[in-house]
Design a protein around this ligand. Structure first.
Ligand SMILES: *[C@@H]1O[C@H](CO)[C@@H](O)[C@H](O)[C@H]1NC(C)=O
Ligand SMILES: *[C@@H]1O[C@H](CO)[C@@H](O)[C@H](O)[C@H]1NC(C)=O
Length: 464
């Protein structure tokens, strides 16, 4: 990735918020916005760091009134009230030795051997956790941000630098997704230099780290991680689960069909402690199910197979929380995007259903009819209910494959049929001219062009 290319992709950051002007009739709902229109609009201000690209990590901190930004060799802290007021930046380059090593490994010193900050999480009352590629030497650090909104602080804590392997990707072109729960980080990332050892990894905290089986396509097959959420299920923290959203190449596709890209939701129990023998330090509760988003049309259904982003609309009763997911197509003939909604209830139900199973290499994938292990792997261990003391036989699911047989079909949200005002909150924008257009179902609306990211779109829709 050349600097010029990357810079062209994300020319700057813009922050937009609702200008709630009392007494003025609300303008008609908008579903199409170009960057020019945003620029012309009163509420838009932009921010960019000199000689820096790739504003990839964004963290809104409403308590402090700040937007934290991770970019190439930098972390910035911006005011949510006025993006150009009291902006602070922190230089966090990779050490010279790491850059030289990176260069010896054949990477470009000027573009790849930099520290691309990929991850920012609020760690505690005073610090953020930040992780970056560190010139193909992933690294994490704690950034002091203070606790008083009126006195913004932005300082790297030199006392505690962590290995960033399994947290940030090595390669600036790769994405990672993660969530911090307490002191533990759950991440979906490639954990090796070559970018082939994809893993769902738990790290930091006090417990031993856990991961998915390395280089086993049944667990993960060239995944692209999109989002991770921690979703409690009841008052009991033992029921808490972590949900991973990603897309991957399906192993269950018939060979005649060629490469089939699918979108997935994966789950693990927060209280998973790993298995025994060959499963030491591996998840025992990892399961995944397929997400499908298709929109009916006159000439048949249009399938949107590429999950791009997910927004969780939490409700007090976690069972009724909704997931707004943005999909695009991988087809070269038709390009478009759609928003599909899934209920957490349906997601849970899919994980309670039958497993997908294949008796042998020459067999078809079917729903597993045999005896299911007890307690089922999706049941998180509790004090009453412990994980199987006997390791599962390798011939039964989910040891054979952690994939569920049920397919989750999303509904297209009713609010995409309009009446969704833009505004009413804060939106952060990454300006990507190449964001695919949005094709909304059955309403004949204009596609959304260039600038809005899928994430902010999903948030917009979820607010109506
Ligand atoms: C934002 O802050 C800058 C610098 O302090 C100032 O020039 C500008 O007028 C402010 N804009 C708004 C809308 O308050
Ligand atoms: C937050 O975490 C950092 C890094 O571990 C530590 O230095 C700091 O003391 C912690 N602050 C609080 C308030 O716990």
């Amino acid at each position: 990735m050349g600097r010029a290319g990357a810079a062209a992709m994300i020319p700057g950051l813009a922050l937009l918020w609702a200008v709630g002007v009392g007494g003025v009739a609300p303008s008609p709902p908008r579903l199409r916005l170009s960057f020019q229109e945003l620029q012309a609009w009163h509420g838009l201000q932009t921010f960019s760091l000199e000689r820096t690209c790739c504003y990839e990590a964004l963290l809104v901190d409403e308590e402090r009134g700040r937007l934290f930004v991770g970019a190439e060799n930098h972390v910035a802290s911006l005011s949510l009230d006025n993006i150009s007021k009291q902006a602070k930046k922190l230089a966090w380059p990779a050490p010279v030795e790491w850059r030289e090593e990176c260069n010896w490994a054949g990477k470009d010193i000027g573009t790849e051997c930099m520290n691309f900050v990929k991850l920012l999480h609020a760690y505690n009352h005073t610090h953020l956790l930040a992780c970056g590629t560190g010139a193909f030497h992933p690294t994490c650090a704690f950034v002091e941000v203070g606790h008083r909104p009126e006195e913004p602080v932005l300082r790297l804590d030199p006392g505690r630098i962590e290995d960033g392997k399994g947290k940030s990707p090595y390669d600036p072109r790769h994405r990672a997704a993660s969530v911090l729960v307490g002191e533990e980080l759950y991440s979906g990332v490639a954990a090796d230099l070559m970018g082939r050892d994809f893993t769902i990894f738990r790290s930091l905290g006090q417990r031993p780290s856990l991961r998915t089986e390395p280089h086993d396509s049944r667990w993960l097959n060239e995944p692209k991680f999109v989002k991770v959420f921690w979703i409690p299920e009841s008052e009991n923290p033992d029921d808490d689960k972590i949900y991973f959203f990603f897309r991957e190449t399906a192993v269950e596709a018939a060979p005649a069909m060629g490469r089939l890209l699918v979108s997935r939701v994966g789950q693990i129990c927060r209280n998973d402690v790993g298995g025994q023998r060959s499963l030491v330090n591996k998840w025992t509760t990892f399961l995944k199910a397929r997400l499908v988003c298709s929109v009916p049309g006159v000439e048949g259904d249009t399938h949107f197979d590429q999950l791009q982003d997910v927004f969780l609309l939490s409700s007090r009763d976690h069972r009724t929380s909704l997931l707004y997911a943005v999909f695009s197509t991988s087809s070269s003939i038709f390009q478009g995007s759609a928003v599909c909604v899934y209920s957490m209830n349906d997601v849970r139900r899919a994980f309670l259903g039958p497993f997908a199973h294949k008796e042998g290499p020459m067999h078809q994938w079917v729903s597993y009819q045999g005896r299911v292990p007890y307690p089922r792997p999706e049941t998180c261990a509790t004090t009453h209910f412990t994980t199987p003391s006997k390791p599962l036989a390798p011939s039964v699911p989910p040891r054979t494959s952690p994939t569920m047989s049920s397919i989750l079909r999303g509904t297209t949200p009713s609010c995409t049929t309009l009446s969704c005002p833009l505004g009413g909150g804060l939106f952060s924008y990454k300006l990507e001219p190449i964001t695919p257009s949005l094709k909304l179902p059955r309403t004949g609306l204009q596609p959304l062009t260039d600038t809005m990211t899928s994430s902010s779109l999903a948030q917009t829709l979820a607010r109506c």
